[in-house]
Design a protein around this ligand. Structure first.
Ligand code: SF4
Length: 199
């Protein structure tokens, strides 16, 4: 069975979005061709040097940890066909989430899809309907208009989040607070794991 390059994997608390506060086993696949200038995991871009693991080995990590929820993140996990990972998790009653920019087709079966569109490589428009959650990173003022454009392409039930880019949070947060008050279809997402100093 196909193996996937993994940068890191760990059991922690989901810090962002709808599932904030839920325990989840994070699997960070290596490889990303999106190229965000403010990326906080640039070491994930190049797959070379990272070990590869099978879906069975991944499920074993989850089992050993006693987790019931897995978040596949990256890097850009949609660069890979994730069918084999999704099958083993779903067959074992593990809830499976993906966090992706949707710059590639999202292949596999997921309980929760979080799409975070990036200006550096646009999402595939047809993929946006798969989003249960839209998470737009606010780096500067123009990102509000950008976020609204993508929100219009999502399903009506999609949860809409604005999240400050971490290094710009003090500057952008007052603007986000005012924006969400004036546009209450949005919610604020904070990277609470960074405030808690956990992975
Ligand atoms: Fe970094 Fe994610 Fe952007 Fe890739 S999509 S460059 S991993 S922030």
């Amino acid at each position: 069975m196909k193996k996937f390059p993994v940068m890191e994997h760990f059991y922690t608390i989901q810090g962002e979005g709808v599932f904030t506060g839920y325990p989840a086993y994070f699997i960070r696949l290596a490889g990303c061709d999106v190229g965000c200038t403010w990326c906080d995991v640039k070491d994930s871009w190049d797959t070379s040097g990272y070990p590869v693991y099978s879906p069975e080995e991944m499920y074993d990590w989850v089992l050993q940890a006693g987790a019931n929820r897995v978040v596949i993140t990256g890097g850009e996990p949609a660069m890979y066909d994730l069918t084999s990972i999704s099958e083993i998790m779903i067959n074992n009653n593990i809830k499976l989430h993906i966090e992706t920019s949707a710059a590639h087709p999202i292949i596999g079966q997921f309980d929760w899809v979080c799409i975070s569109p990036k200006k550096f490589k646009f999402p595939i428009p047809e993929e946006m309907i798969k989003a249960n959650e839209l998470k737009c990173i606010v780096y500067n003022k123009s990102d509000f208009e950008w976020a609204e454009q993508w929100a219009q392409t999502c399903d009506a039930n999609c949860a809409l989040f604005l999240q400050p880019e971490w290094d710009r949070r003090e500057k952008m947060m007052p603007l986000i607070v005012e924006y969400v008050k004036e546009n209450p279809h949005w919610r604020i997402s904070l990277q609470t794991h960074k405030y808690l100093n956990i992975p």
